[in-house]
Design a protein around this ligand. Structure first.
Ligand SMILES: [Fe+2]
Length: 311
């Protein structure tokens, strides 16, 4: 079965270099209907399930920051309904890898990309996003090569240039060392330089490595997000860890943006070496739960005293 329906040679030449969309037929698998998704939530491991809501929209630098929720005690039906009508966002991490019927689809998706681009097969991970009508994904970037395969609902996605103004070296380093997860400081004036796409059902979007982006839902949505590590992403992340260590532990002011490619490569090697020592900046990160999903209350969200995630 072919999953990608309209790939062109032009797309091969701009793959991972520019923002572009292509069409796919994931809906035809029947794996993304309400019934299929409820059955999936039921069997998906809880440690690979994230249920989130958005933080305050009026936070000027980090609006809509995602908060982690406690969904223990909720049935799959209740969780799905809360996402469909409420304020929560369900991320079934690695759902496209863990379950055979979904991994078959993932193999076809990346098999098509490999076949179309003439590249070797990709070792991709895929998660499923089930998001509420009011969900917003805050301004962030991804540390690996990502594609969003949109399946159901109205969604708008904004992409920004990979330039110091939109993603500074320091904020990249912070994210890669996990001090700030993937979120980046945002300013509404950035939108003047954004590429905005109203994603249609059955449309996927691909973009350049580490391009900042954010997403606004305009209704209940279902999408698949896939990612794989490339040589380029591996080198960049290792170099950023080296720069973060030099900046935080040795008071240096390194810059990825201004470095030559030879310097970037040596930084990558330093980063790989540092990660094997105690010198590298701490990359440990604690996931704090700040709310509980309770379908019985209005809005289905109850704030709780923050505690370390244990489910
Ligand atoms: Fe992303």
């Amino acid at each position: 079965m072919t999953m990608i329906t309209n790939w062109t040679d032009e797309m091969t030449s701009v793959f991972r270099k520019t923002v572009f969309t292509f069409s796919h037929d994931l809906a035809a698998t029947g794996l993304f209907t309400d019934e299929a998704l409820i059955a999936l939530i039921k069997k998906h491991p809880s440690e690979l399930t994230d249920v989130c809501t958005m933080g305050p929209v009026d936070d000027t630098r980090y609006p809509n920051k995602l908060r982690t929720g406690d969904f223990t005690g909720c049935s799959a039906e209740e969780l799905f309904e809360t996402a469909k009508t409420g304020k929560v966002w369900i991320n079934l991490r690695k759902a496209m890898n863990v379950h055979p019927e979904y991994s078959l689809a993932l193999d076809q998706m990346y098999g098509d990309i490999a076949k179309n681009t003439g590249k070797k097969p990709f070792n991709a991970n895929g998660g499923i996003l089930i998001t509420s009508p009011v969900a917003r994904t805050p301004y962030h970037f991804d540390k690996t090569e990502t594609i969003l395969w949109h399946i159901r609902g109205p969604k708008k996605i904004f992409f920004y240039p990979v330039e110091e103004k939109f993603i500074s070296d320091e904020s990249y380093e912070n994210a890669v060392t996990n001090m700030l997860e993937d979120d980046l400081p945002y300013d509404p004036s950035f939108d003047d330089d954004a590429i905005a796409i109203d994603l249609q059902e059955g449309q996927a979007v691909s973009w350049p490595l580490s391009a900042p982006h954010r997403v606004d839902n305009h209704g209940f949505c279902v999408s698949v997000t896939t990612e794989f590590s490339s040589r380029e992403s591996g080198l960049k992340n290792a170099a950023m860890i080296a720069n973060a260590t030099l900046r935080n532990k040795f008071g240096a002011t390194p810059s990825w943006t201004k470095q030559s490619s030879v310097n970037r490569l040596s930084k990558s090697l330093l980063g790989v070496a540092l990660q094997k020592t105690k010198l590298a900046v701490n990359t440990k990160h604690t996931d704090y739960v700040t709310f509980k999903v309770d379908p019985k209350v209005d809005g289905a969200i109850i704030d709780v005293e923050p505690f370390e995630r244990n489910f």
